[in-house]
Design a protein. Structure first.
Length: 187
């Protein structure tokens, strides 16, 4: 074996070892810029549809085009007691998408979940084909009547250990262009 062949073999081995140890990551596409509201940063992204557990909690990836997410974390000085960067649990997050020019509405609830990049709210969605979409997220606090899971999440209210009252429900509006799903895993 020549010196050049030895070097190429060594490089191929190192490249193979490196790619075997690097986890596969899905590419997230931002939907607008993150917004700050009530001591929280809300980021909206989408990626290829994902398989979830438990089975049946959302549409299977084979019947979906995207997985849409709301990444909600505390800002410094969060009035509800969350440290900076912490995920905010027990929220109820809904979405409503409208494809430009059609008026057709796709809506649903986001589920709390965890992935390799941390906890978030999300759902697999079947879109109405490529095009420009408007999406509205509605964020409900734990004490909102619409938030059934939030009824099991307490908030200290005494003077010594209490935190500020929950924020009112609010909406965030975004726009994004969906170019199509492409090759599965090719995002």
């Amino acid at each position: 074996m020549t010196n050049r062949q030895s070097i190429l073999s060594a490089l191929a081995l190192v490249a193979g070892l490196f790619t075997a140890t690097v986890p596969a990551m899905a590419v997230e596409y931002p939907i607008g810029a993150p917004e700050n509201r009530y001591g929280m940063e809300i980021g909206a992204v989408y990626l290829q549809a994902v398989r979830m557990e438990p089975d049946g909690m959302m549409t299977q990836p084979e019947q979906s085009d995207i997985h849409i997410e709301a990444d909600i974390k505390a800002l410094q000085g969060n009035p509800n007691g969350y440290p900076e960067g912490a995920w905010i649990p027990y929220l109820h997050v809904t979405y409503e998408l409208v494809k430009d020019g059609t008026g057709e509405v796709i809506k649903g609830d986001m589920m709390p979940m965890v992935a390799s990049d941390g906890p978030h709210y999300g759902d697999n969605i079947k879109l109405k084909g490529p095009g420009k979409y408007k999406v509205t997220y509605t964020i409900y606090p734990p004490n909102a009547p619409e938030n059934h899971a939030g009824k099991h999440y307490g908030r200290h209210t005494d003077r010594a250990t209490g935190v500020r009252p929950w924020f009112p429900a609010f909406k965030l509006d975004y726009e994004f262009v969906f170019a199509g799903i492409g090759k599965k895993g090719g995002y």
